[in-house]
Design a protein around this ligand. Structure first.
Ligand code: APR
Length: 393
């Protein structure tokens, strides 16, 4: 078996890459460890920056997004018993669109099916070799048998735990990592949010957040200890804690509904430099992770592909390897800006277990500056609606 680009992982990064390569007439094979349901139903990210929306529209994936995506124009920050709205759309003339990751994946799977392009599900990649030669190889299991795929390039879109990074020789990668001393309990509930806006609360009992995935589906989060378990949280405890942290007199109270999912997620920043080695190019969660406070994980994965797909086109269509050679350098500029914003939002909004009285007071003053001063608010607004994406040709 031979293909031009072997893509490891059928998350949003891998699927968007194979879709964009197909539009450019470049062959690829997507190898995915999980099954179709696993890939299509995971409850992950929920919101798209304006650049991500423009990219998806440009590559023919804009219709359902336009039909069912929900436009958000402001963020409500709650602290010191009050709500403070930042009208980011008014300030930037750009909005944020709630369109869950499973919908993007569903659109991409549909586009692959329509084009007759198979995705190899239940196909774990076990190892890759020869990434510094002209013909790297990907080894994978299918029905218990090991198979081999030779290719010109490998795209490592295999998430944080994937195997691709391991093919890079020791000493090449620099890994940057920051772990936070708290986690998030993520809650999915069958109830409309009090209003179609994202609300963050910085409370002395910890961070809380109210968002949504659809008009009748709320997505809520509570800061919890790193080693907490969702079993420790009865539905009553969840709602009681959400009311305590989120409700303020000047905003409608949260509405309770049936909880359908609870899970605990750790918070971390993680970046590898460079994001490429030889014929291997890493994208999405495989190369960088952000704490989810800034809603950037999915957007960053798509932003990588907006650089990588045109770089493959330049190589195959014009024989120009320059954009591929510069991929990591180009992608990391945006990646680091997103890391910086996500880390800032994470430290600004959570209650650190060992925080001093001074830091806790100063933290709320930083929030006050960000929500009431025009410069502070504009900085938040520009970062939240998203830094520019590369324009696909
Ligand atoms: N072989 C084949 N596939 C693999 C292997 C392997 N050995 N290891 C991991 N994978 C697959 C996973 O099963 C997963 O489907 O790689 C895929 C990686 O997808 P994601 O984790 O969704 O990563 P990415 O496409 O980069 O999207 C990033 O995910 O975590 C969120 O916030 C993040 O929304 C962002 C998005």
């Amino acid at each position: 078996m031979h293909t031009q680009v072997a893509i490891v992982g059928a998350g949003p990064a891998g699927l968007l890459l194979s879709h964009m390569l197909r539009l450019a007439g470049i062959s690829s094979v997507v190898l995915e460890r999980g099954n179709r349901d696993h890939v299509g139903t995971r409850m992950r990210a929920g919101g798209l920056e304006h650049g991500a929306v423009a990219l998806l529209e440009k590559v023919g994936l804009g219709q359902r997004l336009k039909d069912i995506g929900l436009i958000v124009e402001q963020t409500d920050f709650r602290f010191d018993g009050q709500g403070h709205r930042v009208d980011f759309a008014g300030m930037t003339q750009r909005c944020f669109t709630i369109y869950p990751q499973y919908e993007i994946v569903s659109d991409l799977l549909q586009a692959h099916a329509q084009a007759g392009q198979e995705i190899l599900f239940d196909t774990p990649v076990t190892r890759i070799t020869g990434v510094d030669t002209k013909q790297p190889r990907v080894y994978f299991l299918k029905d218990g048998q090991e198979h081999e795929l030779s290719c010109d390039f490998i795209a490592g879109c295999d998430g944080y735990h994937g195997p691709c990074k391991q093919a890079i020789p020791e000493g090449v990668l620099k890994v940057y990592e920051e772990n936070y001393p708290f986690a998030w309990l993520g809650i999915l509930a069958e109830v409309a949010p009090p209003s179609l806006e994202v609300a963050y609360s910085c409370h002395e009992r910890g961070f809380a957040m109210s968002s949504f995935r659809a008009p009748e589906i709320s997505r809520l989060y509570l800061q919890c200890p790193v080693d907490d378990k969702s079993d420790n949280w009865s539905d009553d405890r969840v709602w009681s804690e959400l009311h305590t942290r989120m409700d303020v007199p000047d905003r409608p109270a949260l509405i309770e509904g049936r909880i359908t999912q609870k899970s605990v997620t750790a918070m971390k920043n993680f970046v590898i430099e460079p994001m490429q080695y030889g014929q291997l190019f890493m994208a999405g969660d495989a190369a960088h992770i952000v704490p989810p406070t800034g809603a950037k994980g999915l957007n960053s994965a798509l932003a990588d592909i907006s650089i990588l797909a045109p770089a493959f086109s330049a190589f195959y269509q014009r024989g120009d390897r320059g954009p591929l050679d510069r991929y990591s350098e180009t992608a990391l500029k945006r990646v680091w800006q997103v890391q910086r914003f996500s880390a800032d939002m994470c430290t600004l909004l959570h209650r650190f277990p060992d925080t001093s009285e001074f830091n806790w007071r100063a933290q709320r003053e930083r929030l006050r500056y960000m929500t009431t001063d025009p410069t502070g608010a504009l900085t938040y607004a520009e970062n939240f609606v998203g830094l520019p994406f590369e324009e696909p040709a």
